[in-house]
Design a protein around this ligand. Structure first.
Ligand SMILES: NC(=O)c1ccc[n+]([C@@H]2O[C@H](COP(=O)([O-])OP(=O)(O)OC[C@H]3O[C@@H](n4cnc5c(N)ncnc54)[C@H](O)[C@@H]3O)[C@@H](O)[C@H]2O)c1
Ligand SMILES: O=C(O)C(=O)C[C@@H](O)[C@H](O)[C@H](O)COP(=O)(O)O
Ligand SMILES: [Zn+2]
Length: 376
């Protein structure tokens, strides 16, 4: 019997990308009804489900049951949780599974988990048979508001963060908001950093709304659903305008040049720093750096820091437990940033809350001096 879905409390964001257009469904209990949604939209016969060791015991059986009820044959792979799983070794394992299971181009790889699983499984989906169908089933806040949308996939290498990858849009995103009930508070906060990012990029009213309503977003209910849907819409709007990051999409990297360098410098050790925390510190640094360059008022940086601090996020490099990374290590990581052009750094800077812009040609010496002052 086909599973059906109640439309109560469900939101839909459409990503109009021509022949790569897709829907993002956001709502409760979507995992239990995934089979019906996937088969009615994509007509897949087989699916390789990729998940991690924290998510599998909570949601894998439910997803397999739903898919099998709707006639989809499944195989699954449970990987270790955490950033270190975005590796060439695990990419090979995922590709091997898909090929052994004879996943064809019209079949699907399904990512059931956070951004780590989404980025890794999406990369595999982009390269297996030069591209098979890809379904994102994000289970962390970060993956529901950011990583499941937009088609960036990838893994880390010893040279830095996300340095191997492809653009491969999902065919469908099913964001089951009930899954957030089992997410740790720390991971919820980390995801919230990317929510606040959309306000800081170009939606000052949203940032102001978050300042007033963040406690309701954390509590769940309509404010949370609203923040997730608005974030997906904000990301979709940018992606539709500049799918391959030739210009405007770089705005989504606000806070990430510093954040990624901090992740690399802390060896992707989630006990010290997770991605969203790096982004929170990075966004405060981007606002402080903009003030130092006389582009924005220092009061804006203070306001951003006050809000992120209020929700319990780290906001300074010194908030990261363990030894402080050196300026040299951070500058080395920054030099590998994908936005570097002809050896020149590109940064996302700001003229104020919600007034971010892409700055090419930022002097390395300015960044170095600024960082060494922030590490003092
Ligand atoms: N592709 C993109 O556009 C994009 C955007 C933002 C971030 N990212 C990437 O996403 C990654 C971060 O994603 P993340 O924050 O989701 O990290 P994650 O995938 O490591 O998930 C965070 C933790 O929460 C656990 N978890 C996930 N869902 C759960 C649930 N419902 N219940 C209980 N535990 C759950 C995971 O097992 C993990 O331990 C980084 O690698 C980052 O680079 C990519
Ligand atoms: O989708 C984008 O574009 C983003 O920049 C979103 C970021 O939140 C995300 O962390 C992304 O993976 C960073 O991309 P990268 O190109 O700097 O690796
Ligand atoms: Zn990010």
């Amino acid at each position: 019997m086909k599973s059906t879905i109640s439309r109560d409390n469900e939101r839909l964001v459409h990503v109009p990308l021509g022949d790569r257009a897709y829907d993002i469904l956001i709502g409760p209990d979507l995992i239990a009804h995934a089979g019906g949604e996937i088969t009615s939209r994509l007509k897949v016969r087989k699916a390789a489900i990729i998940t991690d060791e924290n998510v599998a015991p909570l949601y894998l059986d439910r997803l397999v049951d739903s898919l099998q009820t709707d006639g989809v044959e499944t195989v699954s792979l449970t990987l270790p949780a955490g950033e270190k799983t975005k590796s060439l070794e695990h990419l090979t394992t995922v590709c091997d599974l898909a090929l052994s299971a004879r996943i064809e181009r019209n079949d699907a790889i399904i990512a059931l988990g956070g951004g780590v699983i989404g980025d890794l499984a999406g990369f595999a989906a982009g390269i297996v048979r030069r591209g098979v169908r890809f379904v994102q089933m994000p289970t962390s806040l970060l993956s529901q508001v950011d990583s499941s949308v937009g088609g960036k996939t990838g893994i880390n290498t010893r040279h830095g963060k996300n340095l191997l990858g492809v653009f491969h849009q999902p065919d469908l995103v099913l964001a089951d908001t009930s899954a957030l009930d089992t997410l740790s508070e720390r991971e919820f906060r980390a995801g919230y950093a990317e929510v606040a990012k959309y306000g800081l990029i170009d939606r000052p009213d949203f940032f102001e709304w978050l300042e007033k309503n963040w406690a309701e977003v954390f509590a769940g209910g309509p404010a949370r659903a609203e923040a997730i849907a608005l974030s997906c819409q904000a990301k979709a709007d940018v992606v539709v305008e500049d799918e391959r990051e030739t210009g405007r999409r770089a705005l989504l990297n606000l806070g990430h040049t510093f954040g990624h360098a901090l992740e690399a410098a802390t060896h992707y050790d989630s006990r010290r720093l997770v991605h969203g925390e790096g982004v929170a510190i990075g966004m405060v640094l981007a606002h402080r750096f903009s003030a130092r360059l006389n582009l924005a008022s220092p009061d804006d940086a203070t306001r951003v820091e006050a809000h992120l601090k209020a929700v319990g996020l780290p906001t300074r490099i010194s908030d990261i437990p363990g030894d402080m990374p050196s300026t040299e290590v951070l500058m080395d990581a920054i030099a590998q940033d994908k936005k570097v052009k002809s050896g020149k750094l590109t940064f996302i800077l700001t003229r104020g809350i919600g007034q971010s812009f892409v700055a090419n040609d930022v002097a390395t010496s300015e960044v170095q001096t600024f960082l060494s002052q922030n590490l003092a």
